[in-house]
Design a protein around this ligand. Structure first.
Ligand SMILES: [Zn+2]
Length: 243
C-alpha cells in the first residue's frame, strides 16, 4: 500500500504567560485514494488549516477519515470542517472525554462529535485505515493513540501529545501526564518502532542511532498590525522571549 504524508500544520513547543498556546500538529496522509487527517488543531488554527488544504487542492469534504490522537481542544476543535469524514479515536479516550473532568476537553465539542460517526479503537495495532496502525499510547491522557505507517527505514509515527516535543522523545520525561512511568513506557514503545516521530507540539524528529534530530528549525512568527510598535518603550507592546 502506497502511503504518502504531508505536515499541514507544524506544532510548536512554546507556552506563554498570556495564553496556553496549544499550537499542535496536523498531518495529511494519503493511502491509495483515501485521504486522512491526523488531528484537526485548535480553533485558532481553523483558517490556517483550510488554507493548507486549499494549497494542496483539497476541499474539506474530500477528507475521508479524521484520526484523533486524543480529544484535547487543541487537537479536535475543527472536526466539524470535515462533514464527510469518519472519525476515529480510542474507546478509552472517548469514555474519558465524556466522563472525566479535564479542563482541556471541551464538552460541547465532544457532544457535537457524538452526533457523528465515531469508530472506537480498542485493540493495539488495529488499522482504522488500511496501511495505518493505531498504537495505544497512554500517558498524556488515558486513551492516546499514535498512528504508525511506512516500513523499512521509513517508519513514521504521529504521536499527538503522547510525545509532545524533542525533549520528551529524548529523555522520556514529560510534563502533563497522569502517570510519568506510563508516559515513559509509551515513549520507549513508540521510539523502538519508528524512524521518524511527528510529535504533537514540535517539528518532525528523526531517530538515528539513538539520537533525536529535529528535521527543521521550528519557528513561530508573531505579526502586528501596521502602526503598532513593539518593544519600543513605555506604553508600547512588549515581547520577552525566554529560551
Ligand atoms: Zn496538545
Amino acid at each position: 500500500m502506497e502511503v504518502s504524508y504531508e505536515i499541514l500544520l507544524t506544532g510548536f513547543p512554546g507556552t506563554s504567560d498570556r495564553i496556553s498556546l496549544g499550537i499542535s500538529t496536523v498531518v495529511l496522509i494519503e493511502c491509495g485514494g483515501t485521504r486522512v487527517l491526523v488531528d484537526t488543531a485548535g480553533f485558532g488554527a481553523r483558517g490556517l488549516l483550510l488554507s493548507a488544504l486549499s494549497r494542496k487542492g483539497i476541499r474539506p469534504e474530500q477528507i475521508d477519515f479524521v484520526l484523533f490522537t486524543h480529544l484535547h481542544f487543541d487537537h479536535c476543535a475543527n472536526f466539524d470542517l470535515f462533514p464527510q469524514a469518519a472519525y476515529v479515536c480510542s474507546r478509552t479516550e472517548w469514555e474519558y472525554a465524556w466522563e472525566q473532568e479535564d479542563i482541556y476537553v471541551q464538552k460541547p465539542v465532544i457532544r457535537a462529535l457524538g452526533e457523528c460517526r465515531v469508530r472506537l479503537i480498542e485493540e493495539d495495532g488495529a488499522e482504522p485505515v488500511p496501511g495505518i496502525r493505531a498504537v495505544l499510547s497512554p500517558g498524556h491522557t488515558p486513551g492516546g493513540l499514535t498512528y504508525c505507517f511506512g516500513s523499512g527505514q521509513s517508519r513514521v509515527a504521529v504521536t499527538g501529545d503522547a510525545i509532545k516535543n524533542r525533549e520528551e522523545l529524548r529523555s522520556g520525561e514529560v510534563v502533563m501526564t497522569y502517570d510519568p512511568a506510563v508516559s515513559k513506557d509509551t515513549i520507549f514503545k513508540i521510539r523502538s518502532q519508528s524512524d521518524l516521530v511527528i510529535p504533537g507540539h514540535d517539528c518532525p524528529l528523526q531517530i538515528k542511532e539513538n539520537n533525536v534530530i529535529p528535521s527543521e528549525t521550528n519557528q513561530w512568527r508573531i505579526s502586528f498590525q501596521k502602526g503598532l510598535s513593539v518593544n519600543g518603550g513605555r506604553g508600547n507592546i512588549g515581547i520577552t522571549l525566554d529560551v
